[in-house]
Design a protein around this ligand. Structure first.
Ligand code: ZN
Length: 303
């Protein structure tokens, strides 16, 4: 009996080590995408994330080790809409890995099913525009996240057709989990309807739309353009006039100015992560959205 069990254990160990070698090596840009890719890829993927969740997605610091990891990757998973333009093009070039370059099967763009908001009519990077393709902060909206999960399932099936049915089944299971959470959030978030918010950067747009909040303005003049005293004065005036409820300080932006603006206008200051992994209690995608809904609710309800 013991010998039989040992043989079984050994066979199991061999099988799992063979599997480890066969796993697709996937590099996601942010922890949200790493979680979604693990959910869909299950045992067939080995996923790492470039950002840990505390960074600014428009300025993730590049480390030489990223190029090494990317060199061995079978695929990259990106938010898309140029969200990662500050670091991914350079890292992809440094990776010297033809499989993961843009337009290759190993480049999984999770924005392909999303119609972005705030698409500019004129693009001028010289003016510091960080949103050349429209607002890319789609991961803040759990309904858009479903589209992102679908794009990941497509990508994995493209790379690994023999396991397509597993990826489809895993995707369906995760989407069902997301749907249940979305139904709960929409119910819980009812008190957010009609509440007005100002954020440091325009990354709360899709969250606000989803839960019926009204984005009134940003502390930045526009995405990537630092505020001036004149802009802040105008913003505060507008906020008093429109009775703005909440100022969001995304954790990757400085605290001082958001605090000052909230105090000057009587709005409540709320501090939120903009990616999974930004706080210890937001390790995966669902707990991240959970945290944002809960924290926003607490602020609006005077907690
Ligand atoms: Zn942005």
């Amino acid at each position: 009996m013991t010998r039989f069990l040992t043989a079984l254990t050994l066979a199991g160990a061999l099988a799992s080590s063979a599997l480890a070698a066969d796993k697709l090596k996937i590099v996601a840009t942010i922890p949200d995408l790493a979680d979604m890719t693990r959910q869909v890829g299950g045992d067939y993927v080995d996923v790492t994330s470039i950002a840990t969740g505390v960074e600014d997605i428009h300025a993730v610091p590049m480390k030489p080790s990223f190029a090494v990891t990317l060199n061995k990757a079978d695929a990259v998973v990106v938010v898309g809409l140029e969200a990662e333009h500050a670091f991914m093009p350079a890292l992809l070039e440094a990776s010297r890995n033809p499989k993961i370059q843009r337009d290759q099967p190993g480049y999984i763009d999770t924005s392909v099913y999303v119609t972005p908001l705030e698409v500019p009519t004129r693009i001028d990077r010289a003016l510091g525009d960080q949103h050349p393709m429209g607002n890319p902060h789609i991961n803040l909206d759990p309904v858009l996240a479903k589209d992102m999960v679908r794009a990941i399932a497509d990508g994995l099936a493209r790379l690994d057709p023999p396991h397509e049915s597993t990826y489809q089944a895993n995707m369906k299971a995760y989407l069902a989990k997301l749907d249940a959470a979305i139904a709960r959030w929409e119910k819980e978030a009812a008190p957010l309807r009609g509440k007005k918010l100002v954020s440091y950067h325009p990354d709360l747009l899709y969250f606000a739309e989803r839960f019926g909040m009204e984005p009134v303005g940003t502390i930045e003049i526009r995405a990537g353009v630092d505020p001036t005293p004149g802009h802040i004065e105008q913003l505060e005036e507008q906020m008093r006039r429109e009775k703005v409820d909440v100022v969001v300080r995304e954790l990757n932006y400085p605290a001082g100015l958001a605090e000052t603006v909230a105090q000057a206008t009587g709005a409540k200051l709320v501090e939120l992560p903009v990616m999974a992994g930004g706080l210890p209690e937001t390790k995966d995608y669902i707990s991240f959205v959970d945290y944002n809904v809960r924290t926003m609710l607490k602020a609006v309800q005077g907690g």
